[in-house]
Design a protein around this ligand. Sequence first.
Ligand SMILES: Cc1ncc(COP(=O)(O)O)c(C=O)c1O
Length: 687
Amino acid sequence: MKNKKSNIVCIIQARLNSKRLPEKVLMDIDGKTCIERVIERIKKSKLIDEIWLATSYLNIDRRLKKICDFKKIHYFQGSVSNVLSRFYKISKITNPSYIVRITADCPLIDWRIIDEMIKEIKIKKYDYFSNTIERTFPDGLDVEIFSAVTLKKTYYNAKHPFLKEHVTPYMHGKVSKSIRVGSFNVHQFLYKKDYSSYRITLDRKEDLLLIREIYSQLNDFCSWKEVVKLMQKKPYLKKINNHIKLNEGSRIDMRSIKKNKSFKKSNFLFRKAIKIIPTASQTFSKSYLQWPLNVSPLFLKRGKGCYIVDVDDNKYIDYLLALMPIIIGYANKEVDQAVYRQARQGNILSLSHPKEIELSEKLIKMIPYAEMVKFSKNGSDVLSAAVRLARASTNRDLIAVSGYHGWHDWYIGSTTRNLGIPKAVSKLTKKFIFNDLNSLEEVLGKNAEKFAAIVLEPDTFDKPDITFLKEVRKICDKYGIVLIFDEIICGFRTKLGGAAKKYKIWPDLGCFGKAMANGYPLAALVGKKKLMKKLGDVFISGTFAGELLSIEACLKTIEILERENVIEKLEKLGGFLKEELNKQLKQQNLLDEIVFEGNNWWPRLNIKKTKIDKNIYSSLFRQELISSGLFLGASLNLCLSHNNENIKRDTIRRFKLAIDSFNYIKSSKNPKKYLKGNMIESVFKVR
Ligand SMILES: Cc1ncc(COP(=O)(O)O)c(C=O)c1O
């Protein structure tokens, strides 16, 4: 430790009346008290000029003075509840540039981290810098550094008692929304790997056991990396205190994400909407039946990248992505600028526009069996068009389907949501199971020659069995059935050109939509000329089918998908998240009940067997995900903006928080009482 100008002052915050483990900082760790260990390790710093211990006026805390004298560090007593004022008063005495805040319950604190952080804050001149908000280091290595100016502003402006007690929330701002905080240049010190599941802080008896064990096996000044290595080598060590909830000792961290979210405005808007909009939503899967009141927000006000913000200002990492049309990210600048350029020329005109040819040519180049193209607005439209075309060209009525194909009569009549569809129509569509040839053969039976089309999603949650797809193609050829691939979801996610191109099995017609224009409404029917040219007689027509903003958006989206290798990146990302999130589930012994599985480009969240009622289980799970800031339904819907190191780390951390509290709730006597709203209504299962 240098001892010249007091440029960097380290303040160790300590007290003896800790509730969970009274007088913990005086507890013996291999021959020395915890606080001595902390002081000795901080003294190793090459960049700290002075060390102070800040405690309260309480008599009990006077006992710490002796240790400070013995260790030759400064001692300060101040307000019991306004800890912030202790810091400010020390800074008035010492007049430093930066203050390092350490708490006395970290006997394995590592000066190497402190020095690295000091170096960085001096260069980058952050107002506040810590490793405690976005956690990557083990719990117990907490370092916060802030400038004297930041401290002064905080001291004069932080009004709420919580801010005074906890010193730094006013600076980093991670507190409940009702508390006013400052506006500072805040930065996080992150390690390249996530070790936040390690706990080496002293808060409970079990922590003490672990720390004693570590000190008995390593030298007094071991580095944090040696500690982690030891714990990895000897997994029993981690088990000593593993059951203690992460960050239990530092509740502020929890608060940073797991805010008790208010849905006040959402609920208000819902009450208004339900009177004038059936189900208060335009889309079944976005309605309160799937996102119940008080469990979830119901109205969002904006999206950017992979984030969404609800009308109550809660922010989430979004893994729903508006049901998959977003593939690059919300409000993508490049796509939007292309759209604005077109908007200035008119978004729809009285005759066709050359851009329709340009995009058709692009799609024909990308999709091997596409010889002609017809646009529309929704997936349902182009599926209906394909079916009508198949019926017209075969002069047959029956259709065989597997998967979901939109809301129009010909398909939805075959599901349980078939109200209002004439029985005569429903009877014409027969369902078979994907990847199951027997089931298809059973459906076709002796009537194969009466079927106009077989419609299937060639790639969904589950990987297709290539032999199955080949057999389906053969059956279609044998009986003159039109093979229609519904590529609405997989078309722009498995490969540019669709799943047919990936697996080299060519349908007669293909339907594309969703992600093709990164959120702008566009769908396309493509296929062989001999069929498609019949659309001159088979009547398919829509006022908005040639709308130009979406066509522009699609051209730009394809350009970005090609340039950025988006599909490959998302496939990799899905595999990574699937593995990491399953690891978390395994750590919590939940893997038998919940698992991410299936294709990497679209990992499905499968809730398998549950001891409690499945609907309660799923609803509670969704509730905890949302309150941890993850908007996630039955699958991980991915876009390019998710493919970012911070987002990945944050997703894992939020997921960890969610399953931590979910596990606690579901193991309680009456889990249902923790459900803050209604249950999710189960969707009709089609895949
Ligand atoms: C595979 C598939 N096909 C068709 C559709 C219908 O598309 P849209 O909702 O755009 O009409 C969907 C919608 O989710 C879908 O997932």
